[in-house]
Design a protein around this ligand. Structure first.
Ligand code: DL6
Length: 801
């Protein structure tokens, strides 16, 4: 046990002030008089980082001393957002930092807001990885996160062209990144292409090109600074930085070519989380970070042990989706070609180390690579994949499952076959994984698929994002809930007390006033803070059905106009999210929402009861602002399509009620909060499958619903496109025709559920009661619980603290 005593950690504000001044002078080269906001933010970051070093070193030493098994979490994405506030909170410096910074003449909030929002991820998958880092450190689970140090994270979104999404490059690394440590000694040569020479049992791969993977480490400190793990991100560099001969001949472009080429590998995050990227660069990115990580893992193991057969007792490698799926073949390659292990033993050894998390059932999101591409870029790996495939087929001759099929390498199948545990991310999703995408493999390997329902870190998503609610929780149930979130149930008795409900309501009201001020400042739109804040924030995808929400908004607007005196519950509809730049339909939906907002917000007759706002460039920081101020959480995906959702959990924890389908973790949320505290609508996953068997399901639904028909007709008549009747043709034709995501078939049910929401809003005290019940009963969704599940079921690791 290496419990870090609290005394070894902070520091009062005077000491912190000294440390900030020291960093201002010696790290930033400034005195206080000339310090810019950036200087102050960096000095504070470095002063706080200093406090993280001790637990970081201690954790590393303790792991070495205990020869503990370590988790290696391989993920293409870590959507970490800002780190400073989180770290300050985790090492218990919030008050001291506030005081010290203010004492030096800077506004603390402004300093925190100066930090770029590190968007090294697209959405749910990347944010989950970030929550897991926090939980692994909080629980004392020895772990490394491995990923790519993208120079440019997820694109910046604006609506500069008449409400259309415009993307520009994000550049979080333009300023120094105060958290990281460059580790030139941890560099690996990563090759691509070339040829393979068979050499008896082993083979020699001679790559044609190679780049250097260099490590950059960021310490991730857990709650109360008891433990810290490392996020190790790989940056790509040229092996030969500069072609001097070309430079001397005056060809400056050619001289810089090797570097430019290599750097493209870690230059940008692919801005698409759900569709297959048939891009050579993407495959190279995946191999680049996976191979560097595997080498790093083996180097660390070999430094301590001599027998590779012991690898599984020291190493658990988690593949976050199929993006690092090449880890299996790469580990086998290293064991066979570099250490002379027998092939089948190597496969068994690798499998005993590997776990695979599936995050989506959408067929287009399960990666497949052309065999030709794989053979060209990774010739040795292709041979290994074929051999794994053959021996799997030989072991199961009666089944028709293969990794390589129709000229493609199926990374889902590869991951499944190479993992000892495969997990889904919610109860429903895991069942669907068993019954659909991996039905054959599940039959062959019963027990391999397990469920680990997602979770979110309460430190960031309650304590940091919602300090007012956090204080109320502490005042009511005492301290210590932050790493024992199941304790939120202790709130339940207090909910019967009117005084508690009033406090809960007042906190929500104050959060909403803050948000309203921000919306007015940022967007120039005045919203009524007393209205219901009805929020849908997430990536744009047809299955998430933002268009169902906007169609209902149009229908509601019409209904309000027709019956202005009907006592409508005032609503502010808030949207947030980005679409993949190449996803035409999703971008059309974004454009429509902005145009509907423009038209509705200009209607003075409905202004008091309906406003639509869509702040651009949704990111982690914006989520932290919006979620604590939300009343209604829109979780309205087509049932069977959302693997889990994690936003849904953040909303419930912060006292928003959910309107949702029986999809992903909504099912578990509803079970926990009780059906009476959840607005359910829509078809179930199996009903959706049935519905699709009726080819004209959409036409029938439109015919049966005057409201829906009228809303679609308004769009078609150009009501939101200045009379242009063609602008949303693609969208409306899709709704009237195929409507794969059953927007029309679910519309009436959604409408009715929204009217139940209106009715519930009418009794404010009861609404507050329901909201508080949501908070009290959803403590199970802490990512600490999720990580404990992985530790017990998948990684077989015990906590170090
Ligand atoms: O598991 C994290 C998160 C889930 O909560 C979402 O339901 C799911 O859509 C998301 N998947 C992705 C992209 N998937 N791929 N590949 O972000 O994962």
């Amino acid at each position: 046990p290496t419990k870090i005593s609290k005394e070894t950690l902070p520091m009062d504000s005077t000491e912190l002030r000294q440390s900030i001044l020291k960093h201002l002078e010696f790290s930033m080269g400034k005195d206080l008089v000339h310090a810019s906001l950036y200087d102050m933010r960096m000095a504070l970051t470095l002063a706080v980082r200093d406090r993280v070093i001790e637990p970081w070193f201690r954790a590393t030493r303790a792991t070495y001393a205990a020869q503990s098994k370590r988790v290696y979490y391989l993920s293409m994405e870590f959507l970490i957002g800002r780190l400073l506030e989180d770290a300050i909170m985790n090492v218990g410096l919030t008050e001291a930092a506030h005081e010290a910074v203010a004492g030096l003449g800077f506004d603390f909030e402004t300093v925190l807001a100066d930090e770029p929002d590190a968007a090294l991820g697209n959405g749910g998958l990347g944010r989950l990885a970030a929550c897991f880092l926090d939980s692994m450190s909080t629980l004392g689970c020895p772990a490394y996160g491995y990923g790519i140090r993208y120079e440019h994270g997820l694109f910046r979104q604006s609506f500069a062209q008449d409400g259309r999404q415009v993307e520009t490059a994000e550049d979080w690394l333009r300023q120094a990144h105060g958290w990281e440590f460059e580790r030139p000694e941890a560099s690996f040569r990563i090759g691509f292409g070339g040829s393979v020479a068979e050499n008896g049992r082993t083979a020699i791969w001679t790559p044609e090109d190679a780049v250097l993977a260099k490590a950059y480490d960021t310490p991730i400190v857990g709650w109360q600074g008891k433990w810290a793990n490392t996020l190790r991100l790989w940056g790509a560099e040229a092996l030969t930085a500069f072609d001097l001969a070309a430079f001397n001949k005056g060809d400056f472009t050619a001289a810089a070519a090797p570097e430019a080429l290599a750097r493209t590998i870690s230059r940008v995050l692919y801005p698409d989380d759900t569709t297959e990227q048939g891009k050579e660069l993407r495959l190279k990115q995946e191999f680049f970070f996976t191979a560097a990580s595997i080498r790093d893992i083996l180097r660390r193991f070999n430094a301590e042990h001599s027998d590779l057969s012991g690898l599984p007792s020291r190493v658990a490698i988690q593949m976050n989706d199929t993006h690092p799926a090449i880890a299996g073949p790469e580990l086998v390659r290293a064991l066979v070609d570099e250490s002379g292990m027998e092939f089948d033993t190597a496969v068994e050894t690798a499998r005993a180390c590997l776990g695979y998390t599936n995050h989506t059932l959408m067929p287009e999101a399960l990666e497949r690579w052309p065999e030709e591409l794989m053979s060209r870029v990774l010739p040795r790996h292709m041979q290994i994949i074929e051999r794994i495939d053959e021996s799997h087929a030989k072991a199961h001759p009666k089944r028709n499952v293969s990794i390589v099929e129709n000229g493609e390498v199926k990374m889902g199948e590869l991951s499944f076959i190479m993992a000892n545990k495969v997990n889904g991310v919610s109860a429903l999703h895991t069942e669907l994984v068993k019954d659909t995408v991996f039905a054959e493999l599940n039959a062959l390997h019963p027990g391999r698929i397990v469920n680990e329902t997602n979770g979110v870190t309460p430190r960031r998503w309650i304590k940091g994002a919602n300090p007012r609610l956090s204080s109320l929780i502490t005042d009511t149930i005492g301290a210590g809930w932050e790493d024992r979130l199941e304790r939120l149930v202790e709130l339940e008795p207090a909910i019967a007390d009117k005084g508690f409900r009033n406090q809960f309501a007042e906190i929500k009201a104050r959060n909403k006033r803050d948000l309203a001020d921000w919306i007015e400042r940022d967007m120039g739109i005045a919203v009524n803070p007393a209205a219901m804040f009805d929020v849908q924030i997430k990536r744009f995808h047809e299955y998430k059905r933002q268009h169902l929400n906007i169609l209902e908004t149009i229908a509601l607007w019409q209904e309000i106009r027709a019956n202005p005196g009907a006592g409508w519950a005032p609503r502010v509809k808030i949207f947030g999210g980005k679409a993949a730049p190449g996803y035409v339909m999703a971008k059309e939906i974004i454009h429509l929402i902005n145009n509907v907002a423009r038209v509705i917000n200009a209607d003075t007759t409905t202004r008091d009861v309906l406003t639509v706002v869509y702040p651009p460039n949704y990111n982690v920081t914006m989520a932290e602002r919006l979620i604590p101020a939300s009343d209604l959480s829109e979780q309205i995906s087509t049932a069977g399509k959302e693997a889990s959702g994690t936003g849904n959990m953040k909303f419930s924890l912060n006292g928003a009620l959910t309107i949702g389908t029986l999809d992903g973790a909504n099912v578990e949320i509803r079970d926990l909060v009780g059906p009476e505290n959840f607005f359910l609508f829509g078809m179930t996953a199996s009903e959706v499958v049935e519905c699709r068997k009726t080819p004209d399901h959409a036409a029938r639904a439109i015919k049966a619903s005057n409201r829906l028909g009228a809303a679609i007709e308004m769009i078609e008549a150009g009501a939101f496109s200045n009379g242009d009747t063609e602008m949303y043709h693609g969208l409306t034709q899709n709704l009237r025709g195929h409507d794969y995501f059953t927007v029309c078939a679910d519309f009436d049910s959604y409408w009715d559920a929204q009217r139940r929401v209106d009715a519930a809003w009418g009794d404010q005290d009861n609404w507050t009661r329901m909201a508080a019940i949501n908070t009290a009963r959803t403590g199970w969704f802490s990512s600490d619980r999720t990580i404990q599940g992985y530790m017990a079921d998948v990684w077989k690791i015990t906590p170090m603290i």
